[in-house]
Design a protein around this ligand. Structure first.
Ligand SMILES: [Zn+2]
Length: 54
């Protein structure tokens, strides 16, 4: 489920048609997502384990 944002009145909602008559659009995604960050750490952690594995 994606949250849409109306550029006209800055309101958020799930429906593409806003109550102000404008059309809601998907807000721009952030430069990085927390999930990516964790995935990176997870990869590093795994790499570290592999490296120190006897
Ligand atoms: Zn609106």
């Amino acid at each position: 489920m994606k949250i849409l944002k109306c550029p006209s009145c800055q309101s958020y909602g799930l429906q593409s048609s806003c109550s102000c008559g404008g059309e809601r659009i998907a807000p721009k995604p952030p430069k990085y997502s927390p999930e990516d960050k964790y995935a990176k750490y997870r990869r590093m952690w795994k790499h570290d384990l592999d490296h120190h594995d006897p």
